[in-house]
Ligand binder design. Structure first.
Ligand code: ADP
Length: 149
């Protein structure tokens, strides 16, 4: 079974993330949307909420699993028999950041390939951290989120 891990903070999951998942679905038998948990940094939204929203969104999609993990993404991939890390690229800044991580991950484990999908132009500006700012300041971010929060 060809499994990809789509790792991220997803704080919150956006229509940009949703589009990457949709476009990656035909490429893999299974996609695990895996929320990386940092021991010293809690998210803006609780881990439970982030998981629940994504699970509800994909409850009819049997190829998608939602999970959380601590530690290195490559270790999580190995544990789940996944040879692919899925990431989205919005900008050249994303590229530079992602390139270094992907190259270092590959040095550490050449059995795992990072697969990048370039975001749709209409999703390039959509960014979880700006969405958090909108919400923090009482704005309406519903245009950018694929479920009601
Ligand atoms: P991280 O903290 O790991 O960057 P994010 O939740 O911000 O986690 O993003 C997870 C992945 O989704 C990253 O590969 C990121 O580049 C990608 N991504 C984020 N927003 C978008 C978007 N609007 N369109 C396409 N890809 C996106």
């Amino acid at each position: 079974m060809k499994t990809a891990v789509f790792p991220g903070s997803f704080d919150p999951f956006t229509i940009g993330h949703e589009s990457i998942v949709k476009r990656a679905l035909p490429l893999f038998d299974q996609i695990i949307i895996a929320i990386g948990v940092n021991a010293d940094k809690t998210g803006f939204f609780s881990l439970e909420k982030r998981i629940q929203w994504i699970q509800d969104l994909y409850k009819k999609e049997s190829k998608i699993k939602v999970d959380s993990y601590q530690g290195l993404t490559i270790d999580y991939c190995k544990k789940n028999n996944s040879h692919f890390i899925l990431r989205g690229l919005r900008t050249s800044a994303d590229f530079e950041f992602e390139r270094a991580i992907a190259q270092m991950n590959r040095e550490m484990n050449p059995d795992i390939e990072t697969v990048f999908l370039v975001s749709e132009p209409k999703h390039c500006a959509i960014n979880s951290s700006i969405i958090r700012d909108i919400i923090r300041n009482g704005g309406d971010a519903s245009l950018f989120i694929p479920f009601k929060i």
